[in-house]
Write a protein that binds this ligand. Sequence first.
Ligand SMILES: [Zn+2]
Length: 106
Amino acid sequence: MAVLKIQARIQCDGCGTNFLVDLDAAAMRPKGWSLYDQAVDAVRGGIYEVPRGGRHGGGCCSVQHGLCLCASCTKIVDEHTPDPNSKKQVKRALNRYVVPLGAGAA
Ligand SMILES: [Zn+2]
């Protein structure tokens, strides 16, 4: 048997949308890492897909100051914060420009 694909479903800390990242099935985890750590690492600079019925297309997700962000939120943060940014600047950009999942539904 060969394990072909291991995925983690992540909830974006910015907008709440769900997305899937692939974990490297062949990679060894660094000593002391949990499966959670490996999933967060997969978000870091990873390409992802959105589950059926998802809110937007795939893209490059990121981890910024401990926040796992989908491609849309990553783009918003990148556009509205300096490089390097602070956690406060990231949270301010998310609060100002991101519409949380479920908001705006009549
Ligand atoms: Zn998001």
